[in-house]
Design a protein around this ligand. Structure first.
Ligand SMILES: [Ca+2]
Ligand SMILES: [Ca+2]
Ligand SMILES: [Ca+2]
Ligand SMILES: [Ca+2]
Length: 210
């Protein structure tokens, strides 16, 4: 081979290698991007705040025909992992009673660099997955006062498992109903933590038997 041809070949190989290496680096960056998300501050909306007087809503609707304001719900955003973003709801229901109903909605935002999914919630230390698919119609029963009987039911709104690209946000909501075994005038508390996962790890990270 003529020396000029060898130089040309070497040049071609070098350019190809540089292009291939560049592509690898780009893919590598996608894989190792930052998984980060937050509750957007000031997006919490609720039916029955404790900040001012609101007539209680009961289920079935119309139970509270006199429009009494007996109970109320306090919602605070908490940063449980100390990364500077809110990731949990601290919910305290004051003076509540069977059939008391509350609705809470908020926005979650992907402030990292890779697509993610809201993966699971942890309520007072217990993990829940795939909330829409498995318990949409039956709800999640909870025993918040620890007497062995479920006293509270949660139904989740949409957007669990939804894919959020960087900078995207989604609305998530929950309905809370106090059940019959709850005592009158109870103060019930729960901490609901949310955890997200990289979009491509979501399926493999779900428990096999929910
Ligand atoms: Ca975060
Ligand atoms: Ca109220
Ligand atoms: Ca946090
Ligand atoms: Ca209970």
């Amino acid at each position: 081979m003529a020396p000029i041809a060898i130089v040309a070949l070497l040049l071609l190989v070098t350019v190809s290698y540089a292009m291939w290496y560049g592509e690898l680096k780009i893919n590598g960056n996608v894989q190792t991007g930052e998984l980060d998300w937050e509750f957007v501050p000031n997006t919490v909306i609720q039916l029955d705040t404790c900040d001012f007087n609101v007539p209680d809503t009961n289920v079935p609707p119309g139970n509270n025909s006199e429009g009494k304001d007996v109970g109320c719900t306090d919602v605070q955003l908490v940063d449980t992992d100390g990364d500077g973003d809110y990731d949990a709801l601290n919910i305290t229901m004051h003076n509540v009673y069977p059939y008391y109903y509350e609705h809470i909605a908020f926005k979650v935002h992907n402030d990292g660099t890779i697509p993610l999914k809201i993966w699971r919630v942890i309520i007072d230390g217990k993990e829940y997955y795939e909330l829409n698919e498995h318990v949409l119609h039956t709800g999640v029963p909870l025993d918040l006062d620890g007497d062995g009987e479920n006293d509270t039911m949660i139904w989740w709104g949409d957007n669990f498992g939804v894919q959020l690209h960087p900078c995207e946000s989604a609305d998530i909501s929950l309905d809370i109903t106090i059940l019959q075994p709850a005592p009158e005038n109870a103060t019930l508390h729960m901490l609901i933590q949310f955890q997200a996962i990289a979009w491509n790890e979501y399926e493999s990270a779900l428990p096999t038997s929910p």
